[in-house]
Ligand binder design. Structure first.
Ligand SMILES: N[C@@H](CCC(=O)N[C@@H](CS)C(=O)NCC(=O)O)C(=O)O
Length: 201
């Protein structure tokens, strides 16, 4: 199997963390998405990372589908427990949605003529999303049940990305419960081994 990634992609990181937690061997192929001959386009018409290519050539995307596939592949570390499946996937959807909004702000910020209303609308999604994630976590040590699940992984990949791209969003001080979960989960080798270059969490 090979996984197309970019080093900063929070969605690709989510899959890389799952690969490590589940001890699944996979070749990581780093790509430049803007390159005209980017190999991802051959496997994924959307030209996005992560894209997983199985040994028989089947391509899987997006990160949520890939992680579903990986979780069923080995019995090691069940990250989407059947009984809590919808709960876990809902956490993932909200965490990914916050990431989508953060990506949109980053892309708008790179444009020469920026539209402040686009940034404002996406920032509201980030702010409301983080508030809901914090509320849903409450005093719990993990997002769902008493063990690490894909929900914690998705949440921490998003928090790391928001910290990297939107330093003005001070989620750490606003939501100490998210910070405490983040500090605990990101010590795992799956997170320390998938850090974006130049970052420590
Ligand atoms: N919903 C997708 C999002 C993937 C995504 O947007 N990846 C970005 C990199 S962070 C990408 O490939 N962007 C290139 C593009 O949109 O053309 C997932 O969860 O995998």
């Amino acid at each position: 199997m090979k996984l197309f990634i970019t080093p900063n992609s929070p969605y690709a990181r989510k899959v890389r963390v799952v690969l490590t937690e589940k001890r699944i061997d996979c070749e990581l192929v780093e790509v430049v998405l803007s390159a005209p001959d980017c190999p991802v386009n051959e496997f994924n018409p959307l030209g996005k990372v992560p894209t997983l290519v199985l040994d028989d050539g089947t391509a899987l995307y997006d990160s949520s589908v890939i992680n579903d596939y990986l979780d069923k592949k080995t019995p090691v570390a069940h990250l989407i427990p059947q009984a809590k499946r919808i709960e876990v996937k809902r956490w993932e959807a909200l965490a990914d949605g916050v990431c989508d909004a953060a990506v949109a702000i980053m892309l708008e910020g790179r444009r020469e003529a920026q539209d402040a209303s686009v940034i404002e609308r996406q920032q509201l999604k980030v702010d409301r999303g983080l508030a809901q994630l914090s509320k849903d976590l409450g005093e719990s040590k993990f997002c769902v049940g008493n063990a690490l699940s894909l929900a914690d992984i998705a949440l921490c990949c998003t928090l790391a990305y928001v910290g990297m791209r939107l330093p003005q969003t001070d989620w750490r001080n606003s939501y100490p419960n998210l910070a405490s979960l983040f500090d605990q989960v990101t010590q795992r080798p799956s997170f320390t081994g998938s850090l974006p270059p130049g970052y420590s969490a």
